[in-house]
Design a protein around this ligand. Structure first.
Ligand code: XLS
Ligand code: NI
Ligand code: NI
Length: 439
């Protein structure tokens, strides 16, 4: 097999002191932490769309990176993308990848032609998977790029578009099952609206639920055993995306009886666009038994859009991995780098620098999160803060024994309770975080 990135060696773990830019300093795949190897715990995945397709175009100019990987005609280019993908996975010791249907083969003139192209590329990818042992973390359908989806897909105002989206998702599910995918993602794409002046929100939401029910039932009928995910995002491309944040999605799923069928794929940059922390979104998902998978990236708080930067903020990755540990780790999910190198970082080598930076930031975050848990001071502080619910009136509140009358009697006897309160000690706790993280 021809090597596409001949200048890039196998990326090895060299330890924190290493100055070699093409080495891991914190990600040591075979090192055991909390009883499992880092490789098993972190479950890193590469995103096909950013890594093999995205050329860096933005609204002010075209792409700066060449992602043809030496290919000339259409399908040859896409075969080369697949070859490049597996070389990247291999050289970086990444076990998983994620894709949209349209990332792996270009669209033809008709749906039949497009599907035929998928049927041509899927066995090629399947073969590369067999040879390398790499796996599909999740698949999805791109129901947002083609102009036919200008008004949405499942929430389109036109039933023909709904039918087209369903057909596309059917095929994407079949491919995901064929490639043994562990998950299938619904990211809202253009499921949202720009103005209520032209929108029947009720019908659009009902239809979105209808499409998801059809997809789940079809997926299960063809043997899909993995997780279905919703990936919340508050805005972009539409002004108001229906899958705003984890809480909104949970309410939607419950209303339509879909809550048992879906987990969350939480993306860091989407959390901050919704004015939440990444940690908040992960925590809400965990508390509702909906923690599933993560799109690992970071935004820029000075820019109000989904910049999809590779995550390098170790404070954030630490808090994220703390939530992952509390959720009991990943089952079918993993850490997918839904992230791209900046437009100015256009070389092949930048792909590797980006992944190394992201993987090391998460590996260091994981090491630090494990230290925080082991240290125990933060957990025991929180535990003590709520200690009054363990005995006496607090235990009666929690067990449901206390009535409103009991609580009134208790309060009247006390006269006032201000004297029992203790400090929240935020600064003390933030200093403990720094002490554990920076030694
Ligand atoms: C876009 C989303 C998208 C999904 C997959 O903002 O993050 O890339 O992860 O459709
Ligand atoms: Ni994403
Ligand atoms: Ni995103």
């Amino acid at each position: 097999m021809k090597e596409i990135f001949a200048a890039i060696p196998q990326i090895k773990y060299e330890g924190a002191q290493s100055k070699n830019p093409l080495a891991f300093r914190y990600y040591n795949p075979e090192e055991v932490i909390n009883g499992k190897t880092m490789r098993e715990q972190m479950k890193f995945a590469a995103s096909y769309w950013h890594t093999l397709c995205g050329e860096g175009s933005d609204m002010f100019g075209p792409g700066t990176a060449d992602k043809t990987f030496g290919g000339k005609e259409d399908m040859e280019i896409y075969r080369n993308k697949a070859l490049a993908c597996f070389e990247i996975l291999d050289k970086l010791s990444i076990n998983y990848f994620c894709f949209h249907d349209r990332d792996i083969a270009p669209e033809g003139e008709t749906l039949a032609e497009t599907n035929a192209r998928l049927d041509e590329i899927v066995p090629f990818i399947e073969d590369l998977m067999k040879k390398s042992g790499k796996k599909l973390l999740w698949g999805t359908a791109n129901c947002f790029s083609n102009p036919r989806y200008m008004h949405g897909a499942g929430t389109a105002c036109n039933a023909d578009v709904f039918a087209f989206a369903a057909a596309q998702i059917k095929k994407a599910l079949e491919i995901t099952v064929k490639l043994g995918g562990d998950g299938y993602v619904f990211w809202g794409g253009r499921e949202g609206y720009d103005t209520l002046l032209n929108t029947d929100m009720g019908l659009e939401l009902d239809n979105l639920a209808r499409l998801m029910r059809l997809a789940v039932d079809y997926g299960r009928s063809i043997g899909f055993k993995g997780y279905f995910y919703v990936e919340p995002k508050p805005k972009e491309p539409t002004k108001h995306q229906y899958d705003f944040d984890v809480s909104t999605v949970l309410a939607f799923l419950r209303k339509y009886g879909l809550d048992k069928d879906f987990k969350m794929n939480v993306e860091a940059n989407h959390a901050t666009l919704a004015q939440h922390t990444f940690q908040h979104e992960l925590c809400v998902a965990r508390l509702n038994d909906a923690f599933g998978s993560i799109d690992a990236n970071q935004g820029d708080l000075l820019l109000g859009w989904d910049t999809d930067q590779f995550p390098t903020n170790v404070y954030e990755t630490t808090l994220c991995m703390l939530e992952v540990i509390k959720a009991g780790g990943f089952t079918n999910g993993g850490l997918n780098f839904d992230a791209k190198a900046r437009r100015g970082s256009f070389t092949n080598e930048d792909i590797f620098h980006s992944y190394i930076a992201g993987m090391d930031a998460f590996a260091l975050g994981f090491r630090l999160a494990a230290k925080i848990v082991e240290d125990g001071r933060l957990d025991s502080f929180v535990d003590n803060r709520y200690a009054s619910y363990k005995t006496g009136i607090g235990a009666d509140i929690v067990s449901g024994k206390a009535t409103m009358a009991d609580l009134e009697k208790y309060a009247l006897e006390k006269g006032d309770v201000i004297g029992v309160l203790e400090s929240g000690r935020q600064e003390y706790l933030e200093n403990i975080m720094n002490a554990i993280m920076f030694g």
